[in-house]
Design a protein around this ligand. Sequence first.
Ligand code: AMP
Length: 404
Amino acid sequence: MSTSVLVINCGSSSIKYALVSERREDRIFGLAENLGSADARIKGVTTGGAELELSIPHAGHEKALETILERLSHHNPQAIGHRVVHGGTLTKAELLTPEIIERIREATPLAPLHNPAHLVGIDATMRLFPELPQVAVFDTAFHQTMPSHAYRYALPKFLYTQHNVRRYGFHGTSHAYVSERGSMLAGSFKQGGWLTAHLGNGSSTCAIWNGQSVDTSMGLTPLEGVVMGTRSGDVDPSIHSFLASNLGWDIYKIDKMLNSQSGLLGLSDLSNDMRTLIEASEQGNEDAALAIEVFCYRLAKSLAGLSCGLPRIDGLFFTGGIGENSAYIREKTVSYLPHFGFNLSKDLNNNLKRGTEGRIDHGTGPQIWVVPTDEEGRIAKETEHVVNEVSATAKKPDAEIAIA
Ligand code: AMP
């Protein structure tokens, strides 16, 4: 990559940032957290790996972004790439124009927790740095290649045609990066059929054929699919009427329970953190052991389901905090897929150094790889691509554009 791109991921009270240039090792990154409170601060890593901690009491998004950019301005970023969770039906990264910002706003009902925070960040960076090109990179975009039989729900048609109710899928930046990188490592760049398991606090699976997403576990929102840290993943949709009729719960209470009190946390009644659960289970905690078992079984079930979207399976990629770091979870998940012919090597799996990429099967059957994700790197790459494309178009004479 020839330019450096500032990647911004704005949450409701936090901003993750990374300055991405050619060498991944040189990356400068950090997190502005507790925004709007007396305890607002920036924590991160600066040039040469030095740690940074800076108090910015009562700073909001704009002040925090101003501080981050002031600190990074001598690195001369040439563009800003914003992670945006929901792009509706936008199929690729886009230069931020008033029209694209409006499309992000229109997708807000589909991501009410995420898109408003992204818009606050976009608004602030547009005001602070009007001269820098800014690009939105959508979590949903990679999945826009899914066929209709994968993205349509069996619901009345008007909910799709008039209200856009369909599967969108998320973590697209990660699935795209990991499947590209993994297939390259496997010697078949963007070719063949691959399954990806992005396992972090939020988790999802994806089926990729010749470099394109053909199905994924998350749906209209990031709640559908596999078991997550605090999210339930798939449940019988009648849970809503059951809880309303029997416990008198309203829709907000049910939604909060499914999003924030379920998943690993709900099952274990202990923690949403996989490390804590593995430790507790080793010490005999049966709820923690069950949470892990449900997590792995449901993950395997999701991968098996998604495999229907692939003409053949060349292999499986694990990524995310759990997928990259837990040999135990990888082994247990693969053990629930005996009929796929996976041949996991216990030694390679157990000995893979944390945070590194590597193949962990015996060399027969579909391949199994661990591929650390790099969402920031991918966002920077897509941002640079959009900026280059736009400037190439701007340089073309009118006649050439007309026939392009
Ligand atoms: P992420 O959201 O990708 O940062 O992933 C967070 C999840 O990764 C948490 O559930 C952590 O407990 C889990 N995790 C990180 N390291 C390990 C590890 N060594 N073993 C098991 N889980 C881990």
